[in-house]
Design a protein around this ligand. Sequence first.
Ligand code: PBG
Length: 346
Amino acid sequence: MSTPHAFGAPGVHDGELAPLGGFPRVRPRRLRRTAAMRTLVRETRLHEAQFILPLFVRNGVGLRTPIGSMPGVSQTSIDEMLRDAEAATTAGIGGVLLFGIPDTKDATGSSGWHEHGPVQEAVRAIKREYPDLLVITDVCMCEYTDHGHCGILTASGEVDNDATLELLSREALSHAEAGADIVAPSDMMDGRIGHMRNALDAAGHTQTPIMSYAVKYASAFYGPFREAAESTPTFGDRRAYQMDPANSAEALKEARLDLAEGADMLMVKPAGAYLDVIQAVKRDTGVPLCAYQVSGEFAMIRAAAERGWIDGERAMMESLTAITRAGADMVITYFALEAAAVLQRR
Ligand code: PBG
């Protein structure tokens, strides 16, 4: 897989090259002349097992509804989703990440923890048909609340952090009961990892890991996703709970807090515009780190490629290489199957 942590390795600093005399003895281009040579000295290698494919599931039969701003991505009913799960299994990717689109929404997002909700049913269906496919579930309330925020609201219309924790834990627990391999809370409430760990443990799910969206920015790059998940806030925005894109020291604080509360893996999101944050969090924590190449990152590459403005395949592989080089061990990406197919061909 990748070896992205060679930064600061001895022997590559200018000062140490000086005794060799530099050019013309030293010619970096010697190692770039042939494909075989470049492959030999490559520092970052992609592997399909590091890719995680997001899937949007809803109730119904035979549904595959394309998402306009994400060409190639669809909302599906569970029967159709199973085809994607099969493709994921065949491609050998690391797993899938499930998002649910419920039939009904209310102020408390109660459909989020329904035993027979789309995510819960999708998990059961995958575990029945493809038991070896790793299933991660996104735990959040914005798809399930009628106001589209990631928690319940106070009378004054603010997201009520502490009251939301109970509901998120209930949702995570329902995913674990259905058979999810990993739960991944994306809400950005304070204290939710500890609360969720306690709830899972108390119910006997001591072996279900939590992948925390620990470092999640209030980003414009989520635009297409909100069409996909039908989760645009009906008022305001998410800046009172998601992070300010200007901050990186705060990322380490969030990462450490979530680890202290019991997170098993961390995530940085978005990925491409936050490579410095990925590198810093990986170096600081050393734990398994996931990066989410979000809908807007995907859409930009797709749209430019469709217009013939960039080579879509090369841009896809370059973006995934850069995210991995920065320090991500896993990448959630809408390109997962396409990128796996490219690696297969090589
Ligand atoms: C839910 C959630 C979002 C994404 C993943 N989980 C949207 C948001 O926070 O507004 C974005 C994923 C993407 O853009 O691909 N909170």
